[in-house]
Design a protein around this ligand. Structure first.
Ligand code: MEV
Length: 420
């Protein structure tokens, strides 16, 4: 069985790392070229992705190591501008794999489309009439996407809500659509528009907004870990729980705690060409679903004194359509993961979020975040100063040794080393 754990991976050159990844993920030479080339997204493709295109924007793609999820090893493609995120994910995954790794599940792939119906004189009566017409609504929806239906998806359920608003009562119809391996925005928006005339006819109202909800509560990804107390020490188990308790209780802390989770989640969502904003907004809405914004993860001590952690959040990601299929690097990222379904991808993403959260609160609860950040920060500054290779390593080592991590000092050291 292939192992995603390496030691000294960070010491390799990017080419050597790519060779390791190629072997693990069976990348073709064309796929390797795509990873190496920031211009692999050609202007023509870029011009078809968004509007008013004038260029392309490259970001580093790193590899999250050591992930064992449901007994299988994965290398995780992560795109981020933030130093320390990939290292934190990999370090956490290393500790977690010592206790067996991540165990995941999901609640399916049902998305919600909302139709807002205004000007309904008798909302309670209208609600019942809509519910009575569920099969007719379902037929109209599913006619719009026969392929989705053929593969076992399509509209499944209907929910009708009456909400109070500042302009009075309105009837809100939720179409619950199984979108399988698609993120589903196109499918559900088309269905919502298609059934609107019928809903107007049934209610005598006006079908106003027709759009998916990013609060995808029927598409939750879950991951859990058990970290044996011996691997981190009993005192650290307690410290992590104290750190988590703060996030659980206080929204000012929970938002930063959840940002640390997003540090792991968004890089994988982005690398695989998925919609980062959909995941981000869904996550934060889910974090406040009880009416009080709180942590997306939980950390507890089990009866043996081991640390147990969970994450659960909406995960509307797809494998078909959109940038996932168009962007060459996103296609390679999906190949790297070797995922068979969008649900599997979502579970991996949730696991990376849990890993980054563990890494962040463990660091905060022990040595603080700055120590680990310092060498990465020094490396960044030395790079900005223009240092390369061996000289860069010397500058980083000196800045850390002298606890003088500033750009001016990196520049001064570069001058000194270059003149030698
Ligand atoms: C920094 O990118 C993320 C953290 O602030 C997360 C946290 O506070 O839990 C370290």
């Amino acid at each position: 069985m292939k192992q995603s754990s390496y030691s000294g991976f960070f010491k390799l050159s990017p080419e050597e790392r790519l060779r390791e990844v190629t072997e693990f993920c069976n990348l073709t030479s064309e796929e390797q070229e795509i990873l190496k080339d920031p211009n692999c997204l050609d202007m023509d493709k870029a011009d078809h992705m968004i509007e008013n295109v004038i260029g392309r924007f490259a970001l580093p793609l790193g590899v999250g190591l050591n992930f064992k999820i449901n007994g299988k090893d994965y290398l995780i493609p992560m795109v981020s501008e933030e130093p320390s995120v990939v290292a934190a994910a990999s370090n956490a995954a290393k500790i977690i794999r010592e206790s067996g790794g991540f165990t995941t599940s999901n609640t399916g792939s049902v998305m919600i489309a909302q139709i807002q119906i205004t000007d309904v004189a008798d909302p309670h009566f209208a609600k019942i009439v809509i519910e009575e017409n569920k099969e007719k609504i379902k037929t109209l929806c599913n006619e719009k996407d026969p392929i989705l239906v053929k593969f076992g998806g399509g509209m499944e359920e209907l929910e009708v809500r009456i909400i109070e608003s500042i302009i009075g009562k309105m009837v809100i119809v939720h179409l619950k659509v199984n979108t399988l391996d698609a993120m589903g925005a196109n499918a559900v928006n088309t269905m919502a528009e298609a059934v609107s005339p019928l809903l107007e006819e049934l209610t005598g109202g006006k079908a106003f907004l027709r759009i998916l909800s990013n609060l995808a509560i029927h598409r939750l990804a879950r991951s859990r870990v058990k970290i044996k107390k011996e691997t981190i020490g009993e005192d650290i188990v307690d410290k992590i729980i104290t750190a988590y308790a703060f996030a659980e209780a206080d929204p000012f802390r929970a938002v930063t705690h959840n940002k640390g989770i997003m540090n792991g989640i968004i890089p994988v969502v982005l690398a695989t060409g998925n919609d980062t904003r959909a995941i981000e907004s869904g996550a934060h809405a889910y974090a406040s679903i009880t009416g009080r914004y709180t942590s997306l993860t939980t950390w507890e001590k089990d009866k043996n004194g081991d640390l147990v952690g969970t994450i659960e959040l909406p995960m509307a990601v797809g494998l078909v359509g959109g940038a996932t299929k168009i962007h060459p690097t996103a296609r390679v990222a999906v190949k790297m993961l070797g995922v068979k379904s969008a649900a599997e991808l979502g579970e991996i993403i949730a696991s990376v979020g849990l890993a980054n959260n563990f890494a962040a609160i463990k660091a905060l609860a022990t040595e603080g975040i700055q120590r680990g950040h310092m060498s990465l920060h020094a490396r960044n500054l030395a790079t900005v100063a223009g240092a390369k290779g061996e000289v860069l390593e010397l500058i980083v080592a000196q800045m850390i040794k002298e606890k003088n991590v500033r750009l001016e000092y990196a520049q001064e050291l570069l001058k000194k080393f270059n003149s030698k």
